[in-house]
Design a protein around this ligand. Structure first.
Ligand SMILES: NC(=O)c1ccc[n+]([C@@H]2O[C@H](COP(=O)([O-])OP(=O)(O)OC[C@H]3O[C@@H](n4cnc5c(N)ncnc54)[C@H](O)[C@@H]3O)[C@@H](O)[C@H]2O)c1
Length: 258
């Protein structure tokens, strides 16, 4: 398939994990991918891998929690390709902390990336789409934590919940311009984000017992980055033309259980 031939796709946090899997899939399907990442080394390494599979990626070192940096990102993408067709708001961070011990600075940093970063990226990308009469797509990478409570992550859960409302509200407001906005809500996916305090939580006895053997995850396993990337690509393609403002769980059934 060549679903994204000639299209420009921006993936924030696109140098690793789910974002990089999406960047690879978009590249294979003909897109010009722009990787926005804070980390220069990871960004350049990711671009080299995309070149090896025939892509012409652009890396723009970007901290999306900085509005000026996001404007620079959009300007560089437009300079290079003169269009923006798809934005994937994927960048995020996760750490465990007790609510009563959380600090305002750390709380703000999480919201600045997950909520404000997605807001600035969506606003400037959508503006570029509208100016050029492009029926663009925005896909927000949320989490099942956006609508389920989990211990030790009130900062992340609250931010993902806000991101879900940004998805619905921008879907509503951008619909008249032909822009579609949707989200994916991954469950447990094996990436760097699963490593907490140096331990991969997916490999712990507790995870294996509760989520796998007792089938708290009905499919009894963690997901892969490619299984999320394929849904991101679906939501960015015409195959999802009548889906607007939806947030699709990609969690092996975890969120249907209690
Ligand atoms: N791995 C999981 O189990 C899981 C579950 C639910 C949701 N998610 C979501 O999937 C998305 C991707 O995460 P991942 O699991 O691939 O982990 P990851 O750590 O590999 O990816 C996150 C990327 O975001 C980048 N990033 C963080 N803050 C940034 C900033 N301010 N500016 C620019 N880049 C920034 C990081 O450098 C990293 O490359 C995130 O939104 C995450 O919340 C992951």
């Amino acid at each position: 398939m060549n679903r994204f031939k000639g299209q420009t796709v921006i993936v924030t946090g696109g140098a690793t994990g789910i974002g990089f899997a999406a960047a690879k899939l978009f590249t294979i399907e003909g897109a010009n991918v722009v990787i926005a990442s804070r980390d220069e080394q990871n960004g350049l390494r990711a671009c080299n891998e995309l070149k090896e599979i025939g892509g012409q990626p652009l890396f723009v070192q970007t901290d999306i929690s900085d509005e000026g940096a996001v404007q620079h990102l959009m300007n560089r993408a437009l300079e290079q390709t003169e269009r923006i067709d798809v934005l994937v708001n994927n960048a995020a961070m996760f750490y465990e902390s007790e609510f009563l011990k959380e600090t305002t600075d750390r709380w703000r940093a999480v919201f600045d990336t997950i909520v404000n970063g997605a807001y600035w990226c969506s606003k400037y990308a959508a503006d570029a789409m509208v100016q050029r009469n492009i029926s663009g797509k925005i896909v927000n990478v949320s989490s099942i934590n956006g609508y389920r409570a989990l211990q030790l992550s009130s900062h992340y859960n609250a931010a993902k919940g806000a991101l879900d409302q940004l998805t619905r509200c921008t879907a509503l407001e951008l619909s008249p311009y032909g822009i579609r906005v949707n989200g994916v809500a991954p469950g447990f996916i094996d990436t760097a984000l699963s490593v907490i305090g140096g331990v991969n939580e997916l490999e712990t006895e507790q995870f294996q017992q509760y989520y796998v053997q007792q089938r708290k995850i009905p499919q009894a396993r963690a997901g892969t980055v490619d299984e999320v990337a394929s849904v991101i690509a679906f939501l960015s393609s015409e195959a999802s033309s009548y889906i607007q403002g939806a947030i699709i769980p990609v969690d092996g059934g975890l969120s249907i259980t209690f």
